[in-house]
Write a protein that binds this ligand. Structure first.
Ligand SMILES: [Fe+2]
Ligand SMILES: [Fe+2]
Length: 176
């Protein structure tokens, strides 16, 4: 069996990143409807990060003369049982994406595609940060489930997930 092409696998990951974008908007909308604006803002920002990840992958495919496929949009969850559930879901999502990124890195290495392996390195590092970010937020939300205004204060004070990364790959059309 021929090895799967890295470009085909990366196109699938573009769909996963856009799906993460949509799901984080779903979480943000839920928090906004519960009048928890800092949690909403956190997830709106994370959604943009996921969109940027997808667009970095689009730019990579453009730069390497590969076909780019833009995926369909599926409906995402905007209702949750409680305020902890979206963060738990987000942590599971980031852990899953981490495995997807590792698989892409392995595919690039197994195929001897050095530029692809180099491109994926940033995402390996990024997923370590994203999983840690969601784990931290889950700890805070679980501890403060009876008083979510403490979570709002935490986000306002600590600004988790904010800040720029100069080492990030270029995104098609420019990062938002
Ligand atoms: Fe991502
Ligand atoms: Fe992420």
């Amino acid at each position: 069996m021929a090895a799967e092409s890295f470009a085909a696998a990366l196109n699938e990951q573009i769909a996963n990143e856009f799906a993460a974008h949509q799901q984080y908007i779903g979480a943000a909308v839920y928090y906004d409807s519960e009048t928890l604006p800092r949690l909403a803002g956190f997830f709106y920002r994370q959604a943009i990060e996921e969109r940027n990840h997808a667009m970095m992958m689009v730019q990579y495919l453009l730069d390497t003369n590969e076909e780019v496929r833009i995926p369909d949009i599926e409906a995402k969850q905007t209702r949750f049982d409680d305020a902890v559930a979206p963060v738990r879901m987000a942590l599971e999502q980031e852990e899953r994406v981490g495995e997807e990124i590792n698989a892409l890195f392995k595919l690039a290495r197994d195929n001897g595609e050095y530029r692809a392996e180099q491109f994926m390195q940033w995402f390996v590092k990024e997923q370590v940060e994203e999983v840690a970010l969601m784990q931290d937020l889950l700890n805070v939300v679980e501890r403060s489930a009876d008083n979510l205004l403490l979570v709002e204060d935490y986000i306002a004070r600590e600004q988790p997930g904010e800040g720029t990364d100069a080492t990030a790959p270029p995104a098609a059309g420019g990062a938002l």
